[in-house]
Design a protein around this ligand. Sequence first.
Ligand code: ADP
Ligand code: ADP
Length: 219
Amino acid sequence: MIKATNLTKRYGDFTAVHDISFTARPGSVTGFLGPNGAGKSTAMRMMTGLTPPTSGEALVLGRRYRELPNPGRHVGVMLDASAQHPGRTGREVLTLAARTIGVGPTAVAHGLATVGLTDKEAGRRVRNYSLGMRQRLGLAAALIGDPEVLILDEPANGLDPQGIHWMRGLLRGFADRGGTVLLSSHLLSEVQIVADELVIIGNGRIVAEGTVEELLQQQ
Ligand code: ADP
Ligand code: ADP
């Protein structure tokens, strides 16, 4: 469960996120949809304890992220996968992620298999990865602690249609086992096939929310 209540972030005079409230529920995939600059990443950074809210509150599993015991075991996070660890191999990235949260090397092999990275690919440096491969690696890192919640910023970026189809299956399975998924995108086409619920954000404010069916009917 993820719950944002009156979440607001101001940078000087500029309000990046304005008074947003919504809940992402277990067993469902919630799409966080809005154009570039709408405030999605800022909101997700507040949810994952990377930046404090100006006001309001973000709770994950009933607590502030930073107050969760070993948050990496409960919440898988992927923010801007394209920027991470260019000089390390995929396997090193996952090994580090596993060590940080205290899970063993079998989790690394399992993670690679889950996202379909081969042994050979895992041995290459991330700077030589395509964006799609980086997204797969980021997802593997997010999943490595077998979390109950996934918070993913633009995970479909750089995936081809086949990759998006694959991700859909992965997130659907995760939600069907009772997990909570929040994923952002600037493209309706990317989220509508994956998400059960949509929260649509523009200029830092929530402009619509509901099930995908409800929102598509209103169009
Ligand atoms: P999205 O993820 O929807 O593309 P962001 O959350 O990255 O949007 O950005 C929302 C707005 O907040 C943008 O106008 C962005 O320039 C601004 N912003 C984000 N981070 C900062 C920061 N650290 N300082 C000032 N403005 C910021
Ligand atoms: P710290 O100084 O402990 O690193 P943070 O930078 O995480 O604290 O947070 C600064 C302020 O924002 C603190 O007052 C903290 O209580 C508050 N804060 C942090 N995360 C949240 C959240 N998810 N919801 C509401 N307030 C928060």
